[in-house]
Design a protein around this ligand. Structure first.
Ligand code: SAM
Length: 282
């Protein structure tokens, strides 16, 4: 079975960078930051096991991945504590699974959880170069800044699309033509990002609504409001959050809980609510 050629390992040792990132800083000393570590997008490391079966199921059946003729090389970008890597191992039997993150504590836990199953590394340009290229990169709940942006009419002061674009370009450099990037729960539409003109939608009809964060135009202007429909009842965000705090509902329990986006009347630019996977053309 052939494996795609890997780029030469760059001079910065990813192991050294990784070790520096997870080692506890000496008292009073600033935390070591490897020079090419990627900027943090979402700050929260919240995650959970089996969080996205409704996304991973359709993703695992995409012809772009099943027709490869070899096990895919898959990266969970923003893997947090490693649950998503384990879900990928399950959803893609035989795949070579990687996970990266920028949060040292999450990385340490992910390494333990995924030992022998997936390779965990710090999210840096050199780490991506060392472990890529990838056939599929998932970034679920990563390209966002939640809950800080929730309810804002203009999220650009908190999370401008330029931040997302910077992360996307770093990933794109390690995706071969024909490879897939799967983005879930982003406030910005993929169509408005820097990658849009070089990728095409998978067209898969089986994906759920892409996320529960309000959608925004590239300018940062909010263009949707979100409702949750749980067991036949419609909740707004606050009602839904309250029900979760009181443990009456979980975050998502497909197909019993779904999300609806209502397009705001003055929305000029909208993208696809149902596309999650984008295939690189060039
Ligand atoms: C909310 S968690 C999502 C975890 C998992 N993907 C999931 O959906 O359950 C977001 C994660 O993205 C990570 N993250 C943020 N910016 C990143 C970057 N530039 N590279 C890799 N990970 C990043 C955060 O540190 C955090 O662990």
């Amino acid at each position: 079975m052939s494996t795609p050629p890997r780029p030469a390992v760059p001079s910065l040792s990813a192991d050294a960078a990784r070790a520096a990132a997870v080692a506890p800083p000496e008292e009073g000393a600033p935390e070591a930051t490897p020079p090419d570590r990627l900027a943090q997008q979402q700050k929260s490391t919240a995650s959970g096991a089996n969080r996205h079966p409704h996304v991973l199921g359709p993703l695992s059946r995409l012809p772009a991945l099943t027709a490869l003729g070899r096990p895919p090389r898959i990266l969970s970008f923003g893997c947090s504590v490693g649950h998503e890597c384990m879900d990928l191992v399950e959803a893609f039997p035989g795949a070579e699974v990687f996970g990266c993150d920028v949060d040292p504590a999450a990385l340490a836990e992910a390494r333990t959880r995924c030992a022998g199953k997936a390779t965990i590394f710090e999210s840096s340009r050199s780490g991506l170069a060392e472990h890529g290229p990838f056939d599929l990169v998932t970034a679920f709940n990563v390209f966002c800044r939640y809950h800080q942006t929730a309810g804002h009419d203009d999220i650009s002061p908190i999370y401008p699309i330029a931040s997302m674009n910077e992360g996307l370009l770093a990933i794109d450099a390690h995706l071969r033509p024909g490879a897939v990037i799967a983005l879930y729960n982003t406030p910005y539409f993929f169509e408005h990002t820097v990658l849009a003109d070089r990728y095409e939608p998978s067209g898969c009809p089986d994906f759920p609504v892409n996320g529960w964060m309000e959608k925004c135009e590239g300018s940062g202007k909010r263009v949707s409001t979100v409702h949750f429909v749980a067991y036949g009842t419609r909740y707004n965000r606050d009602e839904y959050a309250k029900a979760m705090r009181e443990q009456r509902l979980t975050l998502l329990d497909a197909p019993n809980i779904s999300v609806e986006h209502d397009r705001l009347p003055d929305a000029e630019h909208f993208g696809s609510l149902y596309e999650i996977a984008w295939i690189k053309r060039r």
